[in-house]
Design a protein around this ligand. Structure first.
Ligand SMILES: Nc1ncnc2c1ncn2[C@@H]1O[C@H](COP(=O)(O)OP(=O)(O)OP(=O)(O)O)[C@@H](O)[C@H]1O
Ligand SMILES: [Mg+2]
Length: 510
């Protein structure tokens, strides 16, 4: 087209043809712009939809992971993978795939034009392609490895920020601001160093490839020029071939850059895949209705790897009295709770609730009927109402009733917004005792039949402990109450069944 325009239209001063030519160019360009516009919009839509679906899928998957995968897991790593790594899928679909396809198409078309005009220049230019392929493969691996390193560092710094920013007050209390600041500086510097290394490798790949495009252009200029001087090439052919060579190398260059970018994003996708392949809990079993009459361990063995915690443990707990379990630190008391909650499975023997082997039922259905109160119960940074109802629609009097039952209503009435009072991050605006009573109210309102309390009294003063014990004593007929504690003096002897856990076995103490 360029050759025809110069040699036939401009050289022969054919104004009519020039007009037609301009109309043709305008038409072609309008069609091209419209096509690009539509395809980019479509790519964005597909890319965002896939990323959005993947992000939701990842979060759901994480919520279903089993205890082994969750215990001790780096939340920052998960956070980064769900937010950032999932985003890479969008980049691959909507940008990189599109630009790779575009570049390949342009390269093939331009090469065809060059061959049509001059086979020798065509062969020389085509010989450059293997170098680009080599550069792409060579840097692809290097960039993939460096990206993996960078992403691990991103996960690490995200976890560090999550941990320290959610514990600003405790950090100040133990006065270790300088220590965490020092750690942050190290992490930031490591991140910047790896980022720089990665970017520099990308620049190396791009610069290396541009040497070949420069050589190709010089060759086309030289050979084309000589052909024109010798009269074997028209001026139109010369301008055309020079323009096609340029338009051949530009997409080839951007192809190398896209492949570099692709390797970075593929590394992210691998991390997303790793989460999707983790082991999850089995919710396929049928649900189980609990009455809360009894909890039993029959000949239970349990080990964390080689560390044996329970050995032939037997236990029978019933309603009517508060079941207190004591034992040395590390004896396995919380492990017993985790077995009842179906986070851990016994190696030998089984756990029974109301005479049913709970291992045969859906773990979620069991947990829904068991209330758990820990030293610092987990609260959302939301209203008291939300933290009790967990988003379900209970009647006003149902919530008030449970709050009265657990001796929390007095506290709520003192708050300006009552049930709409926002408790702050981690429930910071409530005292520990109030948080624990709120956790019991949460269990009661959903109709829990069992209440497991793991060392709730450790952070309580005498007054709060008394209120908690008063609440438990009132609830002991309604629910099966199990309390891990060393601090039980305020409980009336007649209200308590007492057990100790020693050497992996449970003893009844009278
Ligand atoms: N996820 C885990 N992986 C490996 N070992 C663990 C794990 N959880 C607990 N352990 C170990 O198992 C033992 C029992 O732990 P457990 O938390 O049940 O003790 P505990 O009786 O509740 O102690 P404490 O009174 O201090 O809370 C401890 O020695 C602990 O180090
Ligand atoms: Mg414990």
């Amino acid at each position: 087209m360029i050759r025809y325009l110069i040699d036939e239209v401009i050289a022969k001063k054919d104004l009519g043809m020039l007009g037609k030519f301009i109309i043709l160019v305008v038409g072609l360009n309008v069609a091209l712009i419209a096509f690009r516009f539509m395809s980019q919009r479509l790519n964005i839509k597909i890319g965002l939809t896939v990323t959005n679906d993947k992000r939701k899928q990842l979060y759901k998957k994480v919520l279903r992971l089993n205890y082994k995968e969750i215990s001790g897991t780096d939340a920052g790593d998960l956070l980064y993978r769900i937010n950032q790594d999932a985003h890479s899928i969008m980049a691959i679909i909507s940008r990189i795939a599109y630009s790779i396809l575009n570049s390949v198409l342009s390269v093939v078309i331009m090469l065809g034009f060059i061959f049509y005009l001059n086979v020798k220049i065509g062969i020389f230019i085509a010989c450059m392609i293997p170098f680009y392929v080599w550069i792409s493969f060579h840097y692809n691996r290097e960039i993939g490895l460096k990206t993996q390193k960078l992403l691990k560092q991103w996960s690490k710094i995200t976890e560090f920020l999550r941990e320290t920013l959610s514990a600003l007050l405790p950090i100040k209390k133990i006065s270790c601001e300088e220590v965490v600041d020092g750690q942050h500086v190290v992490l930031c510097n490591e991140l910047t160093e790896t980022s720089r290394d990665l970017r520099n490798t990308g620049v190396n790949a791009s610069s290396f490839s541009s040497v070949f495009s420069f050589l190709g252009n010089v060759f086309a200029l030289g050979v084309g020029g000589v052909l024109v001087i010798r009269g074997n090439f028209t001026m139109g052919s010369f301008v055309a071939i020079f323009s096609y060579v340029n338009q051949f190398f530009a997409p080839l260059q951007s192809l190398v850059e896209s492949i570099v970018e692709l390797s970075e994003n593929v590394a992210s996708c691998v991390r997303v895949k790793e989460i999707m392949e983790k082991e999850e809990e089995d919710y396929s079993k049928e649900g189980c209705q609990i009455r809360g009459e009894s909890i039993e361990l029959r000949g239970v063995d349990f080990s964390y790897g080689k560390h044996r915690v329970l050995e032939g443990a037997n236990l029978a707990l019933g309603k009517g009295k508060i079941n207190v379990i004591a034992g040395k630190s590390g004896a396995g008391k919380s492990t017993v709770f985790n077995m009842v909650l179906r986070f851990l499975e016994a190696g030998r023997g089984s756990v029974y609730v109301d005479g049913k082997k709970i291992g045969e039922y859906n773990p979620k259905s069991i947990r829904q009927q068991i209330g758990v109160v820990e030293q610092e119960p987990f609260l959302f940074n939301n209203t008291i109402r939300f933290n009790i109802s967990l988003g379900k629609n209970y009647k006003e009097e149902e919530i008030e009733n449970v709050c009265r039952k657990v001796n929390l209503w007095g506290t709520i009435e003192k708050k300006e917004k009552k049930l709409e009072y926002v408790v702050g991050a981690g429930g910071d605006f409530l005292s520990v005792g109030e948080k624990q009573r709120l956790a019991i109210a949460r269990a009661l309102v959903r109709g829990a039949k069992v209440l497991l309390l793991d060392e709730p009294t450790s952070n309580l003063d005498e007054e709060s402990r008394k209120i908690l014990y008063k609440t438990l004593t009132e609830l002991k007929e309604e629910l099966l109450v199990v309390l891990i504690t060393h601090n039980f003096n305020e409980l009336a002897e007649g209200d308590v069944n007492f057990y100790t856990l020693e050497e992996g076995r449970i003893n009844i103490k009278n």
